[in-house]
Design a protein around this ligand. Structure first.
Ligand SMILES: CC(C)(COP(=O)(O)OP(=O)(O)OC[C@H]1O[C@@H](n2cnc3c(N)ncnc32)[C@H](O)[C@@H]1OP(=O)(O)O)[C@@H](O)C(=O)NCCC(=O)NCCS
Length: 210
């Protein structure tokens, strides 16, 4: 049985909690960033990450925050000595020769065949299908129902929306975004956003008031 501290108490935090409960693991606390303090969630105490105590020093962290670069930032906050649990929902079907790095979150029914690498603090949502010889980079996330054909590379921090499909051998660049339902048949440039069938780049509007 693992003993875990969940960083993040939003929707992904609750999904990770659900997976850990199915696994029978022990969740010691939720840790949140300033501004997110709160009452216990499902009986589990919530602490500010900056004021965390060592009461649960043996428990390992899971970075259950949906924004990919926020997970990267949290690894810097927690420092090099932090230890991370890997969450693999028991409904996942994972073949031989699949390497899953520390901190990865596989939170539901997922299929992975063989010769696959899954990076640190990556997020694989329910319903994903990952075929032979794929690589999913550190901090990347696959939305629900994403399908990766063989030999696909998802680079660090890339974010694939629900139901996206990636054709064989395609490279999805670092910190890029793939829209919901896109069919990606050509490589995606780092930092780009692509949408549609076939997926094409769009220029996103800057956020207002930030
Ligand atoms: C791609 C995405 C990130 C773009 O978000 P955005 O920057 O706010 O973009 P906008 O909503 O301003 O849309 C910009 C243009 O792209 C189009 N577009 C956006 N998302 C699209 C998609 N998934 N498929 C096709 N076209 C899309 C819009 O219609 C709009 O076109 P227009 O300018 O001709 O009207 C977002 O639409 C998306 O698909 N997110 C995926 C979310 C998801 O699945 N998350 C998983 C959570 S587990």
């Amino acid at each position: 049985m693992n003993s875990v501290k969940i960083v993040g108490a939003g929707a992904l935090g609750r999904e990770v909690l659900a997976a850990l409960r199915v696994l029978g693991d022990e969740v010691r606390c939720f840790l949140v960033e300033p501004g997110f303090a709160g009452a216990p969630i499902r009986g589990i105490p919530v602490q500010q990450i900056e004021q965390r105590d060592d009461t649960w020093g043996d428990a390992r962290y899971v970075l259950a925050v949906g924004v990919n670069d926020a997970r990267l930032r949290l690894t810097q906050t927690l420092g090099e000595t932090a230890e991370y649990a890997t969450v693999i929902h028991p409904a996942a079907v994972i073949g031989p020769y699949v390497e899953i790095a520390a901190g990865a979150m596989i939170i539901g029914r997922v299929s992975m065949t063989t010769d696959i690498g899954i990076g640190r603090h990556s997020l694989i949502n329910p319903g994903c299908n990952i075929s032979h010889d794929c690589r999913v980079g550190d901090f990347a996330s696959l939305g629900p129902g994403v399908s990766l054909a063989g030999r696909v590379t998802i680079e660090e921090g890339a974010n694939l929306g629900v139901g996206a499909v990636v054709a064989p051998g395609v490279v999805v660049g670092a910190w890029s975004t793939v829209g919901a339902g896109a069919v990606v048949i050509r490589n995606v440039e780092p930092g780009a956003t692509v949408v549609g069938v076939p997926a094409r780049p769009i220029v996103r509007r800057p956020l207002q008031g930030v």
